[in-house]
Design a binder for this molecule. Structure first.
Ligand SMILES: [Zn+2]
Length: 244
């Protein structure tokens, strides 16, 4: 199940290298950045193998119940997994370590377990078990990029992937995912072009405030705090808000 963002590309590569025969599936969810995402995907040889499904008509007509600023669609993974389970007995998603928090319940252990049970139950007529797998759930984003480099993914290919909510720029700088991408890249010694320094984005300010407050929202684990601090303190442009 690929968006050809950083994580899903690395996960697809990882599956192939480990002898699986992954079926890459991409769903058009009417996301504002979908055209840009598609252009990024077309740069890879795997493009021709991707099964493309569109639910954009459906999504475009539902009332707004989505946190647009954070691009959170509460039911997204449930819908996608039901679609994907038609293609195979294992459905892989590139959820990362401690991505789950109060906003994103569809990345929690409870959700993975409950969905596996439900899919196993309803797909029982075609197979014994249908399982949700999260092969990167023990890794931070920094760890995923490190694994990619150690397993022979070229830096050029990593940079071709698209990880940004903006509908125009490859790397805008302001969105939360640009911050996370740059953090993972610089922690592995890689730099990329951004419209501006994600260090100056509102998301960066939010993260810094949260760390300073003692992580009151429980959104950040020790590993994530380390990732952020390491990226900010050692590699990015420092500002007066430095937290190192
Ligand atoms: Zn962005």
């Amino acid at each position: 199940m690929v968006s050809w963002w950083l994580d899903s590309y690395i996960m697809y590569y990882y599956a192939k290298k480990n002898g699986y025969q992954p079926i890459p599936i991409r769903v058009d969810l009417w996301q504002p950045y979908r055209e840009k995402e598609l252009e990024a995907i077309k740069q890879f040889d795997f493009y021709k193998d991707i099964i493309q499904i569109s639910v954009s008509d459906f999504v475009s007509k539902i009332p707004t119940n989505v946190d647009k600023q954070n691009q959170i669609i509460p039911w997204r993974n449930l819908l996608l997994w039901i679609l994907w389970a038609n293609f195979g007995e294992e459905v892989w998603i590139g959820a990362l370590h401690s991505e789950w928090h109060w906003k994103e319940r569809d990345k929690s252990f409870k959700f993975f377990e409950d969905t596996t049970n439900l899919l196993t139950y309803i797909f029982n007529i075609v197979r014994e078990r249908t399982e949700i797998k999260t092969p990167f759930f023990h890794l931070t984003k920094t760890g995923v990029v490190k694994r990619a480099i150690n397993n022979g993914i070229s830096i050029d290919d990593l940079k071709k992937t698209s990880t940004c909510y903006d509908n125009e720029y490859h790397n805008c700088w302001e969105c939360s995912t640009c911050f996370k991408r740059r953090m993972a890249m610089v922690n592995n010694g890689l730099e990329e072009e951004y419209q501006n320094n994600p260090r100056e984005s509102n998301y960066a300010k939010e993260m810094i405030a949260e760390i300073k407050s003692g992580n009151k929202n429980w959104r950040l684990t020790e590993e994530r705090i380390w990732e952020i601090k390491n990226a900010l303190a050692t590699k990015w442009i420092k500002t007066n808000e430095d937290i190192s």
